[in-house]
Write a protein that binds this ligand. Sequence first.
Ligand code: ZN
Length: 157
Amino acid sequence: MALRTIRLQGDPVLTKTCREIKEMTPKIKELIEDMLDTMYEANGVGLAGPQVGVLKRIVVIDIGEGPVVMINPMILESSGEQTGDEGCLSLPGKAGVVTRPDYVKAKALNEDMEEYIIEGTGLMARAICHELDHLDGHMYTEKVEGSLHDVTYEEAE
Ligand code: ZN
């Protein structure tokens, strides 16, 4: 198990646009394992490449239903609306209210670079939107309604 350092808001790497992954390599396989380890260790539900300083289009998500690896992900459809608290491992101890779609359909490549379709509602839809935003250099704080508030560690996403 190898943990990577989670970059915090203010680090310029979190504002950059990530590049697509063209082929699976041993280095990217290792990155995926490290990202999952790092996310679980931090009790997060999602982690994006830039959050560990890697400007590649890759995210990992686990909302408690098992790990999801998304390479070069793209949202195909979204609908509905949900408004609720959102947090980020790059801004520990804080949360803020963000409105997101309540349903998202996305395509991505898996660890074998095979395309698949994923649909999510509720927290999964929120996590997909949040993590994909990171790949284009955006933090949820840009979308917060009102101000950020403090949360205990366990409540942070
Ligand atoms: Zn985040």
